[in-house]
Design a protein around this ligand. Structure first.
Ligand code: NI
Length: 247
C-alpha cells in the first residue's frame, strides 16, 4: 500500500470518527429533549390542575392568531404514568361533553400532548368514549370515503372531507399497555380527525382550497332534512367534532 493511499485511509477514518462523534451528540441531544420524557411541564401541570375533574378545560378555538398557533403546534408524546394525566383526561372529557362532541384532542384545550378521546360509534349500543394515548396509525385502507366534519375548535362551520374508510390504530392505555385495532367508518374518521389535531392539522386543511364551509345553522337544517329521509335504523348522535352526514 502506498503512502498516499494510507493518507486517504487515515482521512477517511478521521472523517468517520468525527461523523460518529457528531451523530452521537445529535442523538444525545434528542434523547435529552423534554418531549421524549413524556412528562408534563410545570406550565402544563398548572393548567390541568387549576380546577377539579368535573370542570371543563377552556376550549381553544381558531378565533385569533394566538389560538390558531396553539392548534398548529405538534403535540409531544405523553408518559402514561404521568400523575396529572387522569385529571387531564377527565377535564378533556368534561369539555367534550359540554360541547357535545364525539371526540377531542389535548391541543384543543391548550395541552400539546398526544392524548385523544374518541366516541366509539361502532360499539353498540353504548357507544362508549375511549381514551387513547400516543395514537399511531399502522395502516390505512386504499378506499376513501367523503363525509361531513365539524370541529369544536373551528368556528366557521362544517365541510366535506375525504379520508381512508378504514384504519389500523395503535393506542396506549393508562397502564402502559398497547392495543391495536382495525376500525372502519365514522369511528375511523373520528380517530383520523383527532390524530390530525396532534400534528397541528385541522379538517379544513384536507378540504379543497380555498375552503368554503357550510355555516352551522345551514348545516343543521340540512342534517335535519337528511335525518327525516334517512333510515330509522341509523344510530343517532349529536356532535360538532366530526359530524357524520346522518347525525
Ligand atoms: Ni376537531
Amino acid at each position: 500500500m502506498s503512502k498516499q493511499a494510507e493518507g486517504v485511509d487515515m482521512r477517511l477514518i478521521l472523517l468517520a470518527i468525527v461523523g460518529l462523534m457528531f451523530g452521537g451528540c445529535a442523538m444525545t441531544r434528542q434523547e435529552l429533549r423534554p418531549s421524549d420524557t413524556g412528562r408534563f411541564s410545570e406550565e402544563e401541570r398548572h393548567l390541568i390542575a387549576a380546577d377539579d375533574a368535573l370542570v371543563p378545560l377552556p376550549l381553544v378555538q381558531n378565533t385569533s392568531e394566538t389560538n390558531t398557533a396553539l392548534l398548529r403546534r405538534e403535540a409531544l408524546p405523553v408518559d402514561p404514568s404521568e400523575p396529572a394525566l387522569p385529571l387531564l383526561l377527565a377535564r378533556m372529557r368534561a369539555t367534550m361533553e359540554q360541547e357535545q362532541g364525539v371526540g377531542i384532542a389535548a391541543p384543543q384545550v391548550g395541552v400539546a400532548r398526544r392524548v385523544i378521546w374518541v366516541q366509539r360509534l361502532d360499539i353498540q349500543p353504548d357507544m362508549p368514549f375511549q381514551a387513547c394515548l400516543n395514537p399511531e396509525f399502522l395502516s390505512f385502507s386504499d378506499e376513501l370515503e367523503t363525509d361531513w366534519e365539524g370541529c369544536l375548535s373551528v368556528t366557521g362551520g362544517f365541510g366535506e372531507v375525504s379520508r381512508p374508510l378504514s384504519v389500523t390504530v395503535r393506542c396506549q392505555a393508562l397502564d402502559g399497555t398497547w392495543r391495536e385495532e382495525r376500525i372502519s367508518g365514522r369511528t375511523a374518521r373520528i380517530f383520523q380527525h383527532e390524530v390530525d389535531h396532534l400534528d397541528g392539522i385541522l379538517f379544513t386543511d384536507r378540504m379543497p382550497q380555498p375552503v368554503a364551509l357550510t355555516p352551522k345553522e345551514e348545516y343543521r337544517a340540512m342534517r335535519e332534512r337528511m335525518r327525516e329521509e334517512a333510515s330509522r335504523t341509523e344510530p343517532q348522535t349529536n356532535d360538532d367534532e366530526t359530524s357524520p352526514s346522518l347525525d
